[in-house]
Design a protein around this ligand. Structure first.
Ligand SMILES: Nc1ncnc2c1ncn2[C@@H]1O[C@@H]2COP(=O)(O)O[C@H]2[C@H]1O
Ligand SMILES: [Zn+2]
Length: 805
């Protein structure tokens, strides 16, 4: 149908504006243009637009953004232009009411169709760059890639999928990713999906797969990290996140990812045929569960056995499934195998996420996970370890299976990237040695200065060391800031990291963004650290994305998976600040001398009150019986949880004091163990203060005698010095000092009082080392922070804790 000049201009404008509504959250519009049935059935109300007002042209952005449909009905005369296009744009216009083009004018051009197509053409090559697709698709790389792949495989036509529903599903999954995660966001999902696509294209796999397996594999890759909170499983357990309770501390994240995926599939209504849906869901679940990196050894040895014995038969469904599991695992950790430019970007992002977790742990007074401690480890060190112990063993086997150009390319890139990071480690060590030598000189000076003073004054003896190493002077330049992140200088001296503006710390490529965030996170942390002597609850809230993992909408969706048709409700739970457990409250009440931020925050909370609240919450949680769905484990767990809840939640819980204390209170225990009644004064006391101004208890006196001796011994033995990055080595206190030094150790992670982990030889050992502090915490049965898991588990059958990632 021919359109008048005005109409074509208007339609052009509105067509472009429609990109906005499809940008985030309005899943259907993008795909409506493909003409699904629902769209074509729409009542034609083209009459709301007329062709007679010139001023409408200038006002279009305003009309589109501000005027609602009713107003427009009144304003406009019947239009002479009718037809499909106008029908569509009227529907879209509704959605646009809430958007402001003036605020987001740039979005008009954000979907660059030509460029998107160009990048999508590369989606079968290993050099594919998900970041580029993200840029040219206006931040929508995941659904754009997925729709493309579903077309490439002919899945839409084979399964007769509704195009709008398909788009909707991908949008829902995309929204399920936390865009504020540096690493676990929808770009990572797109990257893994593309890697999976590359693997599925290999003849050893492609020739044997059934369409349903292809669809399940792609969907599993797309959704494999859905709703990832940006922290690992041990963190969720330690902070008693509701998901840890829900999934019984076992593959918590993976369990959550697959359930989130299935809930989206159900809600999108994409797979209407029950039989297909059930099959797909089952496969997705098994594939996503296999991505639990702590289970790598298990899968790898199984795969190895087949390869060693040459018994892998791709005509066998189970064998095929194992290969798909391995493929997804490889895809998930394939970023080290990408070309250096892309790989480096992922490395920075994943480490940034780790370091953020470390910052949260520090803020929460939890032991800082070794891998996440920006003060004691570095990006190159993390990368070399991960590449060597986790990626290489898996990709080597994968190459043994594929034996083709793709796998050879992956291994080649991996080796190259590993060499790069190793060279940075070498430079880092050289830098460190230089710094240590110069700082050791300073320490010598300090010691000389101290030599005339009373050596028995342990606090003063500690002061110069702690001052220099733990409270470094605020950096001024970027170089210094980066140095303190333990990243070798030359990583950033690379032209890619050149700074355009000193103040803005802008880089020539986006990769510096992550470094900037590190810098900003770090400086933020430092700022708050120094600003708050006493942590308040609000300040403890580290990040909304973690605090509120599972948004109300997602929770509603998940309920359909967890308890289909039941009244069971997964509620959004505020994880931070941790809730007080009954036992914790009891312990606090029984020690009125101790003050904590929790006490300050909840002064009126008493045991019974809290128990009731908790009971109410749990009753809500377990209310109603349910139909068994495909998630039987949860059904089983419900009754167990309910039972154990009855057993454990009693107002006067007899839990031991140690069990009930938080890490924070352990610090207080340490202090009280040496009866430092005036500990705060002691910590602040300066040399100038006369010694006899404080009356020491016998224990404290003893400590004051022992500490200098131990310190002297420690300082004279270089071996005992922990290697701190970029500052004077701080003494590692022997076990006798544990009580006191844990104050500094836990807070500042100066390897304080920890055993030196043994040599690393396997993936498991590396992972164990990486999450060392968490393991230590688990092994010592240090108290978990308050909230659900503590109450709901029967201590006699405490579930096995999986160290995840
Ligand atoms: N380049 C990397 N360096 C260190 N760890 C990584 C890297 N890439 C992936 N990982 C970890 O490996 C895990 C694989 O599963 P996830 O994607 O859930 O989370 C990933 C990270 O924790
Ligand atoms: Zn992942």
């Amino acid at each position: 149908m021919q359109q008048c000049g005005f109409c074509s201009m208007l339609s052009g404008l509105l067509r472009r504006a429609m990109c906005i509504s499809s940008r985030r959250g309005s899943s259907e519009s993008y795909y409506r243009e493909l003409g699904d049935q629902e769209t074509l059935n729409i009542e034609d109300r083209s009459s709301i637009l007329s062709d007679d007002s010139e001023e409408i042209i200038q006002e279009v952005p305003v009309l589109v953004t501000r005027v609602d449909v009713n107003e427009m009905r009144i304003m406009k005369k019947p239009s002479v232009c009718t037809g499909r296009f106008l029908t569509m744009h009227k529907r879209r216009k509704k959605r646009l009411v809430t958007r402001s083009l003036r605020l987001e004018a740039a979005l008009l051009d954000d979907l660059q169709y030509g460029q998107v197509q160009c990048i999508l053409k590369q989606s079968v090559t290993w050099k594919f760059n998900a970041f580029t697709l993200e840029n040219v698709s206006g931040g929508r790389c995941l659904p754009v890639l997925c729709v493309h792949l579903f077309h490439v495989y002919g899945l839409i036509s084979y399964f007769k999928l509704d195009a709008a529903k398909t788009w909707r599903l991908f949008t829902m999954i995309e929204e399920g990713y936390h865009s504020n995660n540096p690493y676990h966001n929808s770009i990572h999902a797109a990257d893994v999906t593309q890697a999976m696509h590359c693997f599925l294209q290999q003849k050893q796999i492609r020739n044997y797969l059934e369409p349903i397996e292809i669809m399940a594999s792609l969907l599993a890759a797309i959704a494999h990290d859905m709703d990832h909170p940006g922290v690992n499983q041990p963190f969720l357990i330690a902070t008693s996140n509701h998901l840890a309770a829900l999934y019984q501390n076992t593959s918590v994240l993976e369990n959550h990812h697959w359930r989130a995926a299935v809930s989206c599939i159900i809600e999108s209504g994409l797979l209407e045929v029950q039989e297909i849906r059930v099959k797909v869901e089952r496969q997705i679940s098994s594939l996503i569960l296999a991505t639990d990196i702590t289970r790598q050894q298990e899968f790898l040895s199984q795969f190895k056995t087949y390869l060693d014995n040459n018994t892998l038969d791709m005509r066998n469904r189970d064998h095929r499934h194992l290969v798909l599991q391995i493929a997804l695992k490889c895809a998930d950790i394939s970023n080290p195998c990408r070309p250096w430019e892309i790989s480096r970007k992922w490395s920075l992002k994943v480490c940034e996420e780790f370091f953020r977790q470390g910052d949260y742990e520090r803020k929460l007074n939890l032991p800082v996970t070794a891998l996440c401690d920006r003060h004691t480890t570095s990006i190159p060190k993390i990368q070399t370890g991960f590449f060597k112990y986790v990626v290489t063993p898996l990709i080597t086997e994968w190459h043994r299976f594929l034996q083709n150009d793709l796998s050879a390319q992956m291994l080649e890139n991996l080796a190259y990237n590993q060499t790069k990071w190793e060279s940075f480690v070498v430079q880092e060590i050289a830098e460190e040695t230089k710094t240590e030598i110069s700082e050791a000189d300073m320490v010598d000076d300090d010691l000389e200065t101290c030599s005339g003073t009373n050596i028995s004054d342990s606090q003063e003896f500690l002061m110069p060391l702690r001052r220099s190493s733990l409270n470094p002077v605020k950096p001024i330049g970027l170089k210094e800031q980066l140095r303190r992140f333990s990243v070798p200088l030359n990583v950033f001296q690379d032209t890619r990291f050149k700074i355009k503006e000193r103040s803005g710390i802008e880089s020539t490529v986006g990769s510096l963004h992550s470094i900037n965030s590190q810098v900003s996170v770090r400086s933020q942390i430092e700022h708050t650290d120094s600003a708050e002597k006493v942590l308040s609850t609000e300040k403890l809230l580290p990040d909304l994305s973690i605090a509120s993992i599972t948004t109300p909408m997602q929770a509603t969706r998940l309920n359909t998976v967890i308890k289909e048709g039941g009244t069971w409700k997964l509620v959004r739970q505020q994880t931070f600040p941790p809730l007080e457990t009954v036992a914790r409250t009891h312990a606090l009440l029984s020690r009125p001398m101790h003050t904590s931020n929790e006490e300050a925050i909840y002064p009126s909370r008493n045991t019974t009150e809290f128990a009731l609240t908790l009971e109410e919450r749990l009753n809500n949680l377990f209310k109603g019986t349910t139909d068994a769905t495909n998630v039987g484990t949860i059904d089983d767990s419900d009754s167990r949880l309910r039972e154990s809840f009855k057993l454990t939640v009693k107002p006067s819980s007899g839990a031991s004091r140690r069990d009930s204390a938080t890490v924070g209170s352990q610090l207080r225990d340490n202090l009280s163990a040496v009866q430092l009644s005036s500990s705060e004064q002691l910590l602040r006391r300066r040399k100038s203060m006369p010694n006899d101004a404080i009356a020491y208890s016998p224990k404290e006196k003893k400590m004051r005698e022992i500490i200098p001796q131990l310190l002297r011994r420690t300082l004279s033995s270089k071996d005992c010095w922990s290697r701190r990055r970029g500052s004077a080595p701080a003494p590692v206190a022997p076990s006798e000092l544990r009580g006191l030094t844990s104050l500094g150790a836990l807070r500042h992670s100066v390897n304080g009082g920890r055993r030196k982990p043994g040599a690393i030889g396997t993936c498991q050992q590396w992972l164990a080392k990486a999450t060392y502090s968490v393991q230590e915490r688990t092994m010592q049965h240090l108290p978990r922070r308050a909230s659900l898991p503590v109450e709901v588990y029967n201590t006699s059958e405490q579930p096995k804790t999986n160290e995840k990632k």
